[in-house]
Design a protein around this ligand. Sequence first.
Ligand code: TMP
Length: 221
Amino acid sequence: MKNIIYNKSKFIILEGLDGSGKTHACQLIKKILEKYKIPHIVIREPGGTPLAEKIRNLIKNFYTYEIINQKTILLLVYASRMQLIQNIIAPALKNNIWVISDRYELSSFAYQGGGFKIKKELIIFLKKIIVKSYLPDLTIYLDIIPKYALHRMIKRGKLDTIENNNINFFQRTRNTYLHLISKNKNSLTINANLKIDIVHQDIKNKLKKWLRTCKIYGTRG
Ligand code: TMP
């Protein structure tokens, strides 16, 4: 019997509002790749390196009376991304290791661009100098209506700095996601409003179908 071999490492991103179930979905994808014996790592954004994790903590848990300029947050997000690309993503992909990331730059367009209304030209500028060619092969977008997302966030406990925004913020963020995903042919949309087992089955089916499109057959070694 022939083994399945993959000719190039892939970069897969999970995206969606807080409370959409991305983190569990990442674990599900990890299990599927393990089953296919595909070498991989799972990372998250912001974060994923010691410095980037410190930036994550600043972004998510910074309670102060100081007025925060959201462009400062955008720059912090890209500083974290720079560290992650340089130290983790680039070496992994170069060594044929697949990368699964819980969020990537679509989050910046959706949250900073849509939610916080930062002009997209600034985000595109940062993308050009920092992300360069490290673009995802596949983005799996978990779509959830803000009302359900907020309900799940509240159930999880204390809201962080970003989760603490109002429903209109999450509506703008979701609208931006939907707009960008509709133009992205390397993406899959999952209805994340449904029960977790239905959502996971949908991810499994769609991911396996996508995997069939990127594999080649042959004998390993
Ligand atoms: P999470 O890992 O629990 O989803 O939290 C990450 C938070 O950071 C989430 O609220 C979205 C936010 N975020 C941005 O605002 N912009 C970004 O570019 C990224 C990657 C995350």
